[in-house]
Write a protein that binds this ligand. Sequence first.
Ligand code: NAD
Length: 339
Amino acid sequence: MAKVKVGINGYGTIGKRVATAVSKQDDMEVMGITKTRPTFEAQIALDKGLDVYVPDESVQAFKDAGMKIAGTIKDLYKKIDIIVDCTPGNVGEKYKAEYEAAGIKGIFQGGEDHALTGISFNSTANYSESWGAQFSRVVSCNTTGLLRTLSPIDKKFKINNAYVTIIRRAADPGDSKNGPINALEPSVKLPTHHGIDVQSIMPWLNINTMAVKASTTLMHVHTIVAELSRETTSEEILEVMRKSPRVRFVKSSEGLKTTAEIMELARDLDRDRSDMYEIAVWEDSVKVVGNMLYYYQGIHQESDVIPENVDCIRSMCKLEEDVAKSVEKTNVAMGILNN
Ligand code: NAD
């Protein structure tokens, strides 16, 4: 079967990781990426053998910098079945009409609103809803993290109410525009959009979220309290999480006390860019008292959504109907192991 031809618009934190992940799959291939400016990232993309496409207005700048481009973004549209839009939040929506006119499918990221596509995607929670769709949206890193753990727990125990506080990294490690900061900044517009975003996929879930920005770049941490519809035990919850895809237990008692050690673990795993695609649940924090569940989880914001983008391509391009098979295929190609 012919491979699905994929383009990536925006080659920053998410785009470069999507390009690497797609290039590792045997049922899809990267036909090109886009860059707006002739930066070191554009040069590295060229060095890696990727075809680089640019907006019309950037052609001269690339010529002046001596960087060889494969064409304009419109030329890329002609070569692909689907584009993964990894441009900054609210930029993607400006491209939607172009994708539509070019007759290609498009995946947007969590920086865009759910209303742009009317369908949002998470492998664990709703893989089949994007089946054959022209447009879908892979939800944000925090929403992906919440869905990975809350969705299987809700399926088994039904969550009456979930209360989440997100301790957010202030900026990505490679970003010098937004940091460093020496402060904690509460998000005062409450409840925060995170819970509403979870409801774009689990509309029945009562979820309440708050967030505080912290002076760190490594990961986000979620504190989660969920009121279940019945009493259970910590062991039963651990059993559900153990079977949930892309959830990895870490233990404080084994030295994984903070996000710093989780990132060290990711480096030791020899992953691309030292990424931690799984949601890291502190196993020794999972505690049930009656019908109240408490736990902490860590989110590697730069990478948890990457395997979902690959699965989303499979669902939209009708490559694999069975979510478990797609998740397994993506995981094997990316070196993601089960608990
Ligand atoms: P980024 O700033 O790292 O990368 C964006 C890329 O798009 C850059 O290469 C930029 O040069 C390029 N770009 C800017 N304007 C463009 C345009 N008009 N046309 C084409 N390319 C353009 O951003 P990111 O962190 O990779 O975020 C991308 C999307 O992924 C956003 O929707 C964001 O909300 C979402 N997201 C980000 C994270 C994260 O933590 N970084 C996590 C999950 C989802």
